[in-house]
Design a binder for this molecule. Structure first.
Ligand code: TNX
Length: 559
């Protein structure tokens, strides 16, 4: 087939020719390696022709693993004989063994659809036999941790081992990335697609324990199915917490049976006046379950005492400022609403809400907001937050608050804004032992525009392109005591975002940039290398049907 470069600009032609030269060099190299390897195993086929066609080697993984080496030989080709085999050993608790089989089933299903291969699950089989072995191995080094794993592949198969089912799950996400992008497709791929896993050895574990993304379902409501789609994107990049911002001035989105007005009144609308919505207990639990199956912990947020206009519209007696109550409220101003900071009625209300949300939430955290309260004194604010903090602890959960809650003694603080001495207050809280989740608004806010002229998003914290989202160090945003920062989170506020398509445009490609900061060792972080790996992700999103912004700072291949 002749290579056409006519119609491209001179610069693009140059790039094209260079790329073609590199590609030829790479193919030549691959053939040499395969010929030298000479070991045509079960999946290997005959000789050089079976060399991995695509460039999906160990250096394509996002987030970058702790270490990865591309081996020699043809890699493992999925065939009709490929099975997912689990080995959990005689000492594993039955529940763990069952969980490993569930993960195997999840992987097999994901492989079956695009490949059209049968991909059976063989429980307690031989993890070293032909296929993909999932091996629970408590003897792996302790530093592997709960999320770490080891993945090896060669012509005979792929083996993932980990100390826990969670580690195996993270390893299966890496395996997805070692296959061609069509593996993400919703339907069977074109005949002749080569389902080859490059020969690699990967050792991996995360830098931070907490790697989160937040979805604001209050400003615009997103259905359980839409939230599941959001979770799918996070799981791919090994994000392990989903923070749901469930309440705000514009809407209350979770049913509390003892307080029916919260949803009868407080859920009716959203920003711009379009209809709102809310989650029943069953809806919420379904989201939690779906997240759990992908090893994401849901962190529910009930924003208190500010951002509470929807509560006040539903239960006016909780307002002692007696301010005029706009309802339905469809604008995007902040800071004008607060619950009464004192009195039995308000704390009975918070206790009931916290008890119900805690009951529905298996994860350890319950986020109590605490941001942008402008209409009460700081003493009233601190007194209120302390009481609510105690209620969350009494409900068996760990309270999390936005960084304004630092002086009130909340144990886990989410840093977003250091203005007005908030950075100093947060530093003091960290000195007293508070843990910090880093969400600096100028770097990690996925609702900030990529550039000033971008049609979606806000600009109050600046503009954030993919490079800006990637080039910062969570440990050095503030000078905090060593070990204070437990991770990072990327919040997606939805004042300007109303559809899953719009969420995708803001999320991709910045989510993987932030996910890599949370997961990968500091030494592996390098924008020039990352942007090339990121560019390869585009084809996966195309296959999956995910929208994304083809930002100029990323060298996307032509579609
Ligand atoms: C600040 S971050 C807020 C949110 C807005 C967001 C918009 C934080 C704790 N508060 O209420 O939605 O900015 O970017």
């Amino acid at each position: 087939m002749p290579i056409r470069t006519a119609g491209l600009s001179a610069r693009a032609r140059g790039v094209f020719v260079l790329a073609a030269v590199l590609l030829l060099a790479a193919v030549g190299f691959g053939v040499q390696r395969a010929a030298g390897g000479g070991d045509a195993g079960p999946g290997g086929g005959a000789g050089p022709a079976a060399a991995p066609a695509g460039p999906r080697t160990a250096d394509r993984i996002v987030p970058a693993p702790l270490s990865a080496t591309t081996g020699s030989g043809p890699g493992y080709r999925l065939t009709a004989r490929t099975a997912v085999r689990t080995a959990t050993g005689p000492d594993a608790p039955a529940q763990q063994a069952q969980e490993v089989r569930r993960i195997a089933g999840q992987l097999a299903e994901a492989l079956r659809r695009p490949t059209g291969l049968p991909v059976e699950v063989v429980a307690d089989g031989d993890a070293a036999a032909d296929g993909i072995g999932l091996l629970l191995d408590p003897a792996l080094p302790a530093e592997t941790g709960a999320e770490g794993y080891r993945l090896t592949s060669d012509a005979t198969g792929v083996r993932i081992s980990a100390r826990t089912p969670e580690g195996l799950y993270r390893g299966t996400q890496t395996l997805r990335q070692l296959l061609p992008p069509q593996i993400e497709g919703p339907a069977k791929a074109a005949d002749g697609t080569e389902w080859t896993v490059a020969p690699v050895t990967v050792e991996d574990r995360p830098r931070y324990a907490y790697r989160g993304a937040m979805l604001d379902v209050a400003r615009h409501f997103f259905t359980p199915a839409e939230v599941k789609g959001f979770i799918d994107r996070l799981a791919l990049y090994k994000v392990n917490h989903l923070h749901l911002h469930l309440t705000d001035d514009q809407g209350w989105r979770i049913e509390i049976p003892s307080r029916p007005e919260l949803t009868r009144v407080g859920a009716v609308s959203e920003v711009d006046g379009t209809p709102g919505g809310f989650y029943t207990a069953a809806d919420y639990q379904e989201i939690v379950r779906y997240a759990q199956e992908r090893y994401l912990t849901v962190v529910p947020e009930i924003d208190l005492p500010g951002h509470s206009n929807a509560v006040l519209a539903s239960y006016p007696e909780l307002d002692c400022t007696r301010s005029a109550r706009p309802w339905p409220y469809t604008g995007i101003e902040v800071g004008f609403s607060t619950l009464c900071p004192t009195g039995d009625a308000v704390f009975a209300f918070t206790r009931e809400v916290i008890a119900e949300v805690a009951r529905l939430t298996p994860g350890p955290y319950l986020h109590i907001g605490g941001d942008e309260v402008k209409t009460i004194s700081s003493a009233e604010y601190a007194g209120f937050v302390q009481q609510v903090n105690a209620q969350v602890l009494a409900a068996g959960k760990t309270p999390v608050g936005w960084n304004q809650a630092a002086p009130a003694g909340v144990g886990v603080l989410q840093y977003w804004d250091g203005r007005g001495g908030r950075d100093v207050e947060l530093g003091q809280a960290a000195e007293r032992g508070a843990k910090v989740i880093m969400s600096p608004s100028g770097r990690s806010y996925l609702d900030m525009k990529y550039e000033k002229s971008y049609p979606l998003g806000l600009v109050w914290a600046g503009t954030i392109d993919a490079r800006h989202a990637y080039t910062w160090d969570p440990d050095n945003v503030l000078k905090l005591p060593a070990g204070s920062v437990i991770g990072i989170e990327a919040p997606l506020w939805t004042e300007t975002l109303d559809t899953p398509y719009e969420l995708d445009l803001m999320l991709l490609p910045r989510l993987p940039a932030l996910a890599e900061l949370g997961w990968s060792p500091k030494a592996a972080l390098d924008w020039d290398g990352f942007k090339r790996r990121l560019a390869e992700e585009g084809a996966r999103w195309d296959a999956a049907g995910y929208a994304y912004e083809r930002r100029p700072e990323v060298p996307w291949p032509a579609r």
